[in-house]
Design a protein around this ligand. Structure first.
Ligand code: CTP
Ligand code: MG
Length: 193
């Protein structure tokens, strides 16, 4: 006798379409995360102050200019998406423009907050600014960005399925590593991670 088919397939039948949809969805977060490398680098958020453990709160890599440029560039990306995508095959929100802006705002705020959280944790663990930290460097921004999208409700459910989460975590890890290696090779970043 043949085994009964699984009730829910973990890999969607149209997995390529799903991957494309997830890439479009996460784009503002990637833009927000990448922009500080190009546009930041001035006015440290912690002002050089030290925490109770004698180490920097965040370190000199986390600056106001980077934070604001990440928020601005990521949100600009969402505004462009809201203008360009409704009515196209890449549309995420059934023709509406506003969800691009609310999702974009949540993703960018979450990305930048997650980036700061990653540095805060690294400093508490004793890792100096710019030192590599497996997972914290690549994934805290993504996880906080995704958490920030939860309040959008059922319309964003496609992001919270096992396939989507596994894809976003794996893809983000690889893209982040590759992008940082390129940024280092082109002289944009001090370290290749
Ligand atoms: N950057 C910034 N402001 C931010 C985030 C990043 O100005 N809020 C800029 C800084 O010039 C930083 C570069 O982007 O050096 C790369 O950021 P990141 O890799 O997050 O910093 P690290 O040097 O790795 O520092 P940390 O150890 O705290 O992650
Ligand atoms: Mg880093």
């Amino acid at each position: 006798m043949l085994p009964a088919p699984l009730p829910i397939s973990l890999v969607p039948a149209d997995w390529a379409g799903e991957v494309l949809r997830l890439l479009v969805f996460i784009l503002p977060a990637y833009v927000a995360n990448a922009s500080p490398v190009l546009l930041g680098g001035h006015f440290p958020i912690d002002g050089g102050r030290r925490a109770w453990d004698g180490r920097a709160w965040l370190g000199p890599s986390k600056t106001w200019l980077g934070l604001l440029s990440g928020l601005a560039a990521g949100f600009l990306c969402s505004v462009l998406m809201a203008h360009l995508l409704p009515g196209t095959p890449l549309d995420l929100w059934g023709g509406a423009r506003a969800p691009y802006l609310s999702a974009g705002l949540a993703l960018c705020a979450g990305t930048m907050a997650g980036d700061l959280l990653g540095s805060l944790i690294k400093r508490r663990l004793g890792s100096p600014s710019g030192s590599p930290s497996f997972m914290l460097d690549q994934l805290t921004f993504l996880l906080v960005a995704l958490a920030a999208v939860v309040p959008l409700g059922p319309s964003a459910d496609f992001v919270f399925r096992p396939f989507a989460i596994v894809f976003l975590v794996g893809f983000t890890y690889l893209v982040h590593r590759a992008a940082n290696a390129f940024a280092h090779a082109w002289g944009l970043k001090r370290v290749p991670w």
